[in-house]
Design a protein around this ligand. Structure first.
Ligand code: GAR
Length: 201
C-alpha cells in the first residue's frame, strides 16, 4: 500500500522539494502534507505550488512547552493521516514523547557523516577538525538528537580553500540525491543503507 508521508520543514525546503518531486509514478509513497514551525518558511509556498497541503504550528505560541507544541503538531497532522514523517531541515528538537510515537516511521537528514558532528555548524566543525571527507546522513529519528539507525550516507571531498559555505553547497547537492534514494527504499520496507559518493552516478 502507498505510504502517506508528512514532510516537516523550517526553511527554504530544498530537500523537501526533492522528496516531493521524487514521489511520483511507481514510487511506494506520496506526500500528504508539509508542516512547518515557521509561517515564513520559504518551502511552504513551494509545497502549495505542487498541490500539497500545508500546516503551520508556530513554536513561539508554546513558549518553550515542547510537549504542548508537539500535541498541536499531532493534531494538525491528524486529518492528513500520515504513515511516516520526513524531517527535512526541521530545526526544532523533538521530545521522546513524540519520537516514540513515530519510532521506525520518522526519518531525518543531517549535514554530517554521523556519528560525527551532531547538532549545528557541522561544516565549520568538519573544516576545523581538518577532515578530508565530509557529507550527510539520513537516519531514523530516536529520542537522542541526530542519533538513530543510519539509513544512508553520502560522502563529499573537502577541497583546499573550502569555507563552511562552499562545503555546505556541495553537501546539499548530495543531500538532494541521498534523501529521495533512502525514502524510496525505506517506503518499500527496505532498511538497507544507501551509500553514495560525490561524482559517482
Ligand atoms: C539541510 O542542509 C539539512 O541537512 C539541515 O538543514 C538544511 C535544510 O535545507 N538540517 C539540519 O541541520 C538538521 N539537523 P533545506 O531547507 O534547503 O532542505
Amino acid at each position: 500500500m502507498t505510504k502517506r508521508v508528512a514532510v516537516f520543514i523550517s526553511g527554504g525546503g530544498s530537500n523537501m522539494v526533492q522528496l516531493l518531486d521524487s514521489m511520483t509514478g511507481d514510487h511506494p509513497a506520496r506526500a500528504c502534507v508539509v508542516l512547518s514551525n515557521d509561517p515564513g518558511a520559504g518551502g511552504l509556498e513551494k509545497a502549495r505550488t505542487r498541490g500539497i497541503a500545508t500546516e503551520v504550528v508556530k513554536h513561539q505560541d508554546f513558549a518553550g512547552d515542547r510537549p504542548a507544541f508537539e500535541a498541536a503538531v499531532t493534531a494538525a497532522l491528524g486529518p492528513h493521516r500520515p504513515d511516516m514523517i520526513c524531517l527535512a531541515g526541521f530545526m526544532r528538537k523533538l521530545t521522546g514523547g513524540f519520537t516514540d510515537q513515530w519510532q521506525g516511521r520518522m526519518l531525518n537528514i543531517h549535514p554530517s557523516l554521523l556519528p560525527k558532528y551532531r547538532g549545528l555548524h557541522t561544516h565549520a566543525r568538519a573544516l576545523e577538525a581538518g577532515d578530508t571527507v565530509h557529507g550527510c546522513t539520513v537516519h531514523e529519528v530516536t529520542a537522542e538528537l541526530d542519533d538513530g539507525p543510519v539509513l544512508g550516507q553520502a560522502e563529499v571531498r573537502v577541497l583546499p580553500g573550502d569555507t563552511p559555505d562552499t562545503l555546505a553547497a556541495r553537501v546539499l547537492v548530495q543531500e538532494h540525491r541521498l534523501y529521495p534514494a533512502v525514502l524510496r527504499r525505506f517506503a518499500a520496507g527496505d532498511r538497507t543503507p544507501v551509500y553514495l559518493r560525490e561524482g559517482q552516478s
